[in-house]
Design a protein around this ligand. Structure first.
Ligand SMILES: Cc1cc2nc3c(=O)[nH]c(=O)nc-3n(C[C@H](O)[C@H](O)[C@H](O)COP(=O)(O)O)c2cc1C
Length: 192
């Protein structure tokens, strides 16, 4: 049985929702998945695991401090495992220039923590107007208006492409299954 750890950093819950979806896709007769919120202190080593997926959302041009702490604390273990990273943002749902922005923030994160996963993807998140306080709702409505998105604040808007998550997860399972023969898995290092 192969064991995969999925670590997520979230503010409004979309990255957690994606992590749970990935965990369901991972679990089968050959794989099991553990989920960890990056804000939960976790001192164990990753030596029990055959692979790790890390995910985090972008807020104000950065990934979360909890994810930074997790990677810094476990960087040596992560270097020994097949790894993938997904970055969740609104920029990833946008036009080319916005997607370039999502990619830049993700690469800034990798540079800051001095770690690179085997591959990474930018994934469109959600606007959760119903979860924001009035100030955040106003701020996000303005940002989304200028980005050409949905400004109806009476409900939330999800942009996540679940088929993208399906292929991201399938590719990761193949990577773990053939960990000794990485050349069998043709994957671009980054997709944004
Ligand atoms: C206060 C705030 C700031 C945000 N800043 C950015 C940003 O700088 N770039 C971006 O692409 N998306 C930004 N977003 C959008 C989030 O990345 C998006 O809502 C994502 O789905 C959040 O994921 P989470 O629910 O897992 O935290 C921001 C959202 C909020 C509420």
């Amino acid at each position: 049985m192969k064991k995969v750890l999925i670590v997520y950093s979230t503010s409004e819950g979309q990255t957690r929702k994606i992590a749970h979806y990935i965990a369901q896709l991972i679990a089968d007769q050959h794989f099991e998945a553990d989920l960890l919120d990056a804000s939960t202190p976790w001192d164990d080593s990753l030596s029990d695991y055959d692979g790790a997926i890390l995910g985090g959302s972008i807020h104000l041009g950065r990934h979360g401090a909890d994810l930074t702490r997790f990677v810094e604390q476990h960087v040596d273990d992560l270097g020994q495992l097949p790894t993938a990273f997904y970055s969740v943002s609104l920029s990833a749902a946008g036009v080319r220039s916005q997607r370039d922005d999502a990619k830049r923030v993700m690469n800034d994160f990798f540079a800051r923590v001095d770690w690179e996963p085997d591959w990474s993807e930018c994934i469109a998140g959600a606007v959760k107007y119903r979860k924001y306080n009035w100030l955040k709702r106003l701020l996000m409505k303005t940002v989304v208006y200028f980005a050409g998105g949905d400004t109806d604040t009476s409900h939330d808007h999800e942009y996540t492409d679940w088929e993208q998550i399906d292929s991201f997860t399938l590719r990761f399972k193949q990577r773990v299954r053939f960990a000794e023969q990485p050349s069998r898995i043709a994957s671009p290092p980054q997709s944004c």
